[in-house]
Design a protein around this ligand. Structure first.
Ligand SMILES: *Cc1c(COP(=O)(O)O)cnc(C)c1O
Length: 440
């Protein structure tokens, strides 16, 4: 045993009475007490924290406890919370009314910024969430190709539309089984499931369904089974398979867009999809999604073309302004270098802490998204993600929370850091993590 092994440092949980009361009240009127399932802490047990405010890298619960926030609203908060410049711009635009049901010049400006940033996009449609972006991209691929089947990867999340609530069976070529009640089997059957980082599993499906696959949809860096990077050549293989088979390659960059690089994973890995989905960061914390492609493809969307898709609040001035200000701040020189350097510093510190405590762990990271997988094997796909030690994760989750660090309440989520997560903040996370490793 190394002499430097940390000794157990028990911690007393802070008071969370008001959060517990708030959860009681919420459960009477909201299913499970929340408006999005992961927030209910089901996976880690116990009662969720109700939050009161956030600023920079920090968040405060309703009992007044302060935490370093490594959730970042599950992706949007790349500047840190409540950046003064974004707050000011949104306040200013709010004074002129919240939305009009008519076009505004702001929407064109945001579209121009997105087109300038993302290599595959020449024209874009704004929607209100990542879910809408992904379901519209699938409809678009079907409209353009006249084909019905979709290929997705086990463990990838594309929002909650019927077509995507399908998990893998045991084999790569299994027909879809709905992951949620209420999804018609006839819809789920049109979604085929492949294995991430295994292009042979895609090739097999394409030859089993010749000329029938409309789209191959992928998170180019997976965030939704925890952070899993694409192996060398995997994304290019998907590009080649899509081109050869006449299917559209759809990158769901709702999480990775403006996160792993300003131009998203497609610019980082130099692979150009046919269609791109965006969300999260492009709304700066307000509800925005988008899908975009070449002009030829986007001309299929109504009213330019026959594929219908609409939205009462789509492109509203407040959300668009929050997104625009966020993108402008991200354009400042050094942004992604800083996110990378601080992300690397955090990942290295967390891995070192596990190694020194002799706890098997894979700290997997791309830029400012990372996951600590408590497992001996590198996580490359959904199956290897499922090898994590969930008890160890739950202990770590509460150990961190009790020491003032908030991470996502599931072993299969990515942690997000921001420009407000300075090296000092990272040191505080690493210190809390090192202590929490001694909890049992
Ligand atoms: C978050 C996410 C979605 C869904 O976005 P919502 O805004 O929650 O509907 C879709 N795809 C990916 C890759 C995501 O990370």
């Amino acid at each position: 045993m190394p002499t430097s092994a940390p000794t157990a440092t028990p911690v007393t949980p802070p008071t969370r009475t008001r959060s517990a009361q708030a959860f009681e009240a919420a459960q009477a009127v909201l299913p499970g007490g929340v408006n999005s399932p992961v927030r209910a802490f089901k996976s880690v047990g116990g009662s969720p924290l109700f939050m009161a405010k956030a600023q920079g890298a920090h968040i405060w619960d309703v009992d007044g406890n302060k935490y370093i926030d490594c959730i970042g609203s599950f992706g949007p908060a790349i500047l840190g919370h409540a950046h003064p410049q974004v707050v000011k711009a949104v306040q200013h635009v709010a004074e002129n009314g919240f939305c009009y049901g008519a076009p505004t010049e702001l929407e064109t400006t945001l579209a121009q910024e997105i087109i300038a940033a993302v290599p595959s996009i020449e024209m874009v449609r704004l929607v209100n969430s990542g879910t809408e972006a992904a379901l519209s991209a699938a409809r678009l691929a079907r409209a353009v190709t006249g084909r019905q089947y979709l290929i997705k990867f086990a463990g990838c999340y594309h929002g909650h539309a019927d077509a995507f609530l399908v998990k893998a069976g045991s084999g790569a070529t299994t027909l879809g089984q709905p992951d949620s009640s209420g999804v018609p089997v006839s819809v789920a059957n049109l979604t085929l499931t492949a294995t991430f980082n295994d292009s042979n599993s895609v090739a097999a499906l394409l030859s089993q369904y010749p000329d029938q696959v409309a789209a191959i949809l992928v998170e180019p860096v997976v965030g939704n089974m925890g952070c899993v990077r694409p192996k060398d050549g995997f994304l290019k293989d998907l590009r080649d398979l899509a081109t050869a088979s006449g299917a559209m390659l759809v990158f769901d960059e709702v999480m990775t867009g403006f996160r792993v690089a300003y131009g998203g994973a497609q610019s980082l890995y130099s692979v150009t999809p046919d269609v791109t989905c965006l969300g999260k960061i492009i709304g700066g914390g307000l509800p925005v999604g988008a899908y975009g492609a070449s002009k030829a493809i986007m001309q299929h969307v109504a009213p330019a073309g026959p594929m219908y898709q609409a939205g009462t609040l789509s492109g509203n001035p407040m959300a668009v302004t929050a997104g625009l200000e966020t993108l402008r701040l991200l354009q400042q020189p050094g942004t992604y270098e800083s996110l990378e350097a601080n992300g690397e510093y955090l990942a290295r510190g967390l891995q070192k802490a596990c190694d020194e405590a002799n706890i098997p762990a894979q700290v997997q990271r791309v830029g400012s998204m990372l996951t600590v997988f408590f497992t001996e094997t590198p996580v490359v796909d959904y199956e290897s993600a499922l090898t994590v030690d969930r008890d160890r994760f739950n202990t770590m989750f509460w150990g961190l929370l009790n020491r003032g660090v908030s991470i996502p309440p599931s072993p299969f989520e990515a942690w997000f850091t921001s420009l407000a997560h300075t090296p000092e903040v990272m040191d505080a996370i690493i210190a809390a993590f090192t202590q929490a490793l001694t909890d049992s």
